[in-house]
Design a protein around this ligand. Sequence first.
Ligand SMILES: C[S@@+](CC[C@H](N)C(=O)[O-])C[C@H]1O[C@@H](n2cnc3c(N)ncnc32)[C@H](O)[C@@H]1O
Length: 508
Amino acid sequence: MTLESQPLRDHLEHVTGFSVPEDRWRSIAPRLLQRIARRGFADTHAYLKHLGEGPFGRHELEELLEVFTIRKTSFFRNPATFDALAREVLPPLFTNRARGAPPPSIWSAGCSTGEEPYSIAMVARALAPSDPRPCYILATDIVEAALTRARRGVYTQDVGTEIPERFRHLLDVGDGRAEVAEAVRSAVEFYAHNLVRDAYPRPASGSWDVIFCRNVIIYFSSETCRRVIATLWNVLAPGGALFLGHSEVLWGLEDRFDVVFADETFYYRKRRTPRPHLPRVAPTEPAGTVRASALPAVTPANGTSLDTPGPLPRSMSQTSSESARAAKPFVDKTPSRVMPALPFDLLTRAETSLASGDQEGAARTLRLAIARAPSWAPPRLLLGRLYADRGENEKANEELEVAVKVTPLDARAHMLLGMVRERKGEREAAEDAYRHAVYLEPDLASARYALAQIYRATNRPDRAKRELRNVIRALSGKEAQAAVKLTDGVSPTALVELCERELLELGE
Ligand SMILES: C[S@@+](CC[C@H](N)C(=O)[O-])C[C@H]1O[C@@H](n2cnc3c(N)ncnc32)[C@H](O)[C@@H]1O
């Protein structure tokens, strides 16, 4: 009997919320299946049953997660984030702390091997050097092995270059390794926590002053993102700061957060009072919230209590078009740094910069537009195209993956994503994107031609022929201008000729 990989993939995605990209799955699936076979399971379903049972099953799941998840991180990743933390988020928390009140609390959710929470601890220490515990810092991750490494606080020597000069004395470097100073290590508590399934911890004060959840939800489905963000909102103090990764979007939840711009970065602040004329915001606790007393596991020290990622409040389950409609009558009276309106001006400015050959300027302006309106696709699409033109395929891919999530009905976004995925060697994922494109815009000849090339390269001549014929059909009789649009600027006549030649080569 051959082992099936799809049920395992579905199971792991269900447990973690993490939708593993196609190319990655193809590279790790054989390893995982070998593992199942080595253990003598002839059937993936029997193995999945074993995963849920007893300590051995849990240990096995843990090892799978280690392979399955992406744990890339670094010290001071996106340094502007830590500048914002040091300059404007932490100082008021220190200054406004009432006598005898618990210290400001920071949760690093999805902390991987610890570089992020240690960077936070270094910043906090620099701001309050005489206080042995200026903040309560909790760091969590779903992968135990990552936490074990994190607790040790020992890294390779080259991490020194990631750490700004002024913090380097907090790192003991020698013999090819770098060890985080005890004062920093002891400032962080590490616990295992699954953002998708477990109850959420709370600090002694009742809610977190700052939450970092960067580069974690990027691979979650939009529904899971919404649920996780809604629960993070719930455990965040009013006015508290939420740092997400730069490609992560608040999926129509902006009415409960303000976007705050800080030089090269942005973060979110939980609004103290909901906006007046948006649909009614849910009560402070979403349904399904449980308290510490009801939960045995993952109970951090300091008397923390826990919340579960409960069902979405109604206002948070809106589709983006619903929330766009709901937001229409809203007149923004918030301070000038908070700009929920769509930044058309920035888009125009970026287009002008591009037209004059200033790619750097255009990219900067587009990043600013994205920061202002993270769920608005046009600047992401333009930036994706710009990166693609410069051969920066990873960056292009990152923007375009988000763009197709926020604008799933835009055929050209899928088309562009397909091109970038192909350049990255992810042929199957590219095919998927092109198929989306032609499903949405059946006459999009450039996508049909790209599909035909993939079918030819993967020895599916009948499909290739069908797509080549489709290209010819799509372009015949179309007004020249419309046809150019469908071929993304390539001459329609040249494309038709090419298709005819290829059909001949394929024996037609
Ligand atoms: C790419 S790392 C990001 C690390 C760090 N936040 C940063 O930005 O550098 C993502 C981390 O999220 C963790 N993760 C994935 N799914 C998770 C889940 N459901 N709950 C908690 N952590 C999760 C992974 O194990 C991984 O360590």
